[in-house]
Design a protein around this ligand. Structure first.
Ligand code: C2O
Ligand code: CU
Length: 481
């Protein structure tokens, strides 16, 4: 356990004592090893382990699994069971891990008391596999089944979640990670660790969920954040690291509303990419903001002294009115540096991937303005002033390129997500990369370029603060042949 009463002064004194001690004795471990020569500490990720599904298909290029959505009692907080909504009985659901080019088949069965579906967030699936009830498929009723089948076309970190009553269902635990590996990724990226971040709204002193409409209209307006922070479904799990031995963190924000800033004092992180695999080049950063729905692919190089522990904290992150003021940092995950000699980190290549800029010279232009209407004692959110239920679909044709101007003049940030297609953000200050979710900060305009290369059909776009999406900030895109 970590001593939470440590004062900064005490920590300084401890650090100083540690440094003097190390200097005095010296470490006589022979020549220093490099990160590639040593393994992660024993049981390094045990507390973060995810459920691995059984592949029932003998074909090595097909991953076929059975997946059942069901209620399961889970002890998020010690001594209290919470009646979670789950994929396969765990939160998060099983880790779907495939190689690029593999076919993924999920034989899905719904044993929940209400209809559901699975949406494969960020994956370029055929339209009829996109998992949007009423748009691409019928809802999967209680006791019903649906077979999802698609090719993992792109390497990257993705996730899955329901697309019906999703603020509630995702908030109650329905989310799971997908990793599509690229066998050509260099070894220097380090050992893979999926960190699925979320929060769950349960009452203190019981494991019960807070009512679905907690906070009433204000809850819809602000977006409901949970009361307990979870990393891979655990409260403050411990990760073991060895100084200098790199780990590749695939961070997924599965929270229904919370923004995350990832950073650890005294450390820089190397960002490899995000939503849809590697960016054009890597970059050293102090902090990374991951908005709901978004992913971050980073190399973490531990550099604390052997035998010490530190805490990765949730840092209040600006997302508009009331999101930062007076909010404390919260403990999220303990990082325990094992008592082994530090190793020399492996250099991370700068050049990662060719990303050709989308040619926007003949692009069609569209404007999408995120709007909130507070008249008539109600909270109606929309796009261009129109809530989802009245929104005329945006049309595009296969072969077209669009530039969408996304504007946000509301007092909240909105993480904008598009199904089915990756886009590029038109902004010279960013490292080129493919994205499917982009933050629209308060009072901002972001322009994105999309190429409709294939896969006609009806695709959703919406704010990934799920309470906002359900209050109407959602629309459809119809891609025609
Ligand atoms: Cu993740 Cu529609 O979303
Ligand atoms: Cu929003």
């Amino acid at each position: 356990m970590l001593d939470r009463t440590r004062s900064p002064l005490r920590i300084c004194l401890l650090l100083l004592a540690g440094a003097l001690l190390t200097a005095a004795c010296g470490r006589d471990d022979g020549p220093q090893l490099t990160a590639l020569e040593v393994a992660q500490p024993d049981g390094w990720d045990d507390q973060l382990a995810l459920n691995i599904p059984i592949d029932i298909n003998p074909d090595p290029n097909i991953l076929e699994i059975e997946l059942e959505s069901k209620l399961a009692d889970i002890e998020f907080t010690e001594g209290f069971a919470t009646p979670a909504w789950t994929y396969g009985g765990t939160v998060p659901g099983p880790l779907i891990r495939a190689r690029v080019g593999d076919t993924i088949i999920v034989n899905f069965r719904n044993s929940l008391p209400e209809p559901t579906s699975i949406h494969w967030h960020g994956m370029r699936v055929p339209n009829e596999m996109d998992g949007v009830p009423g748009v691409t498929q019928d809802p999967v009723a209680t006791g019903g089944e649906f077979r999802y089948e698609f090719v993992a076309r792109d390497a990257g970190t993705f996730w899955y979640h329901p697309h019906i009553n999703s603020a509630a269902q995702v908030g109650w635990g329905m989310y799971g990670p997908i990793v599509v590996e690229d066998p050509n990724d260099p070894e220097q990226f380090g050992d893979d660790l999926v960190l699925m971040l979320s929060d769950i709204g349960i009452e203190e002193g019981s494991g019960d969920f807070l009512p679905v409409d907690t906070g009433g209209k204000f809850g819809d307006l602000f977006g409901r954040e949970g009361t307990v922070l979870l990393v891979n479904g655990k409260v403050q799990p411990t990760l073991k690291v060895r100084a200098g031995k790199q780990q590749r963190w695939r961070i997924i924000n599965a929270a229904r509303a919370r923004y995350y800033t990832i950073g650890l004092p005294g450390h820089t992180l190397v960002r490899l990419g995000g939503d849809n695999g590697l960016a054009a080049w890597s970059a050293e950063v102090r902090n990374i903001v991951v908005v709901p729905g978004e992913r971050a692919d980073i190399v973490f190089t531990p550099s604390d002294s052997p035998g010490t522990s530190s805490m990765l904290r949730w840092i209040p992150t600006e997302r508009g009115f009331g999101s930062v003021f007076n909010r404390p940092r919260e403990d999220m995950m303990a990082i325990q540096t094992v008592d082994e000699a530090p190793v020399i980190p492996a250099p991370i290549p700068r050049q990662l991937r060719e990303i050709e800029a989308i040619d926007t010279r003949n692009a069609e232009e569209r404007s999408l303005d995120m709007t909130i209407d507070l008249s008539n004692n109600d909270v109606i959110m929309g796009i261009n002033g129109i809530p989802y239920w009245n929104f005329e679909p945006i049309e595009a044709r296969i072969g077209e390129t669009h530039v969408w101007t996304l504007t946000n003049e509301t007092i909240f940030s909105h993480p904008f997500h598009l199904h089915g297609y990756f886009f590029q953000v038109l902004d010279d200050t960013r490292i080129p990369e493919w994205k499917d979710t982009i933050d629209l900060p308060v009072e901002s305009t972001v322009r994105i370029a999309i190429r409709f290369d294939d896969r006609p059909g009806a695709w959703m776009f919406h704010c990934h603060i799920l309470d906002h999406a359900e209050s109407g900030m959602m629309g459809q895109l119809h891609v025609l042949r």
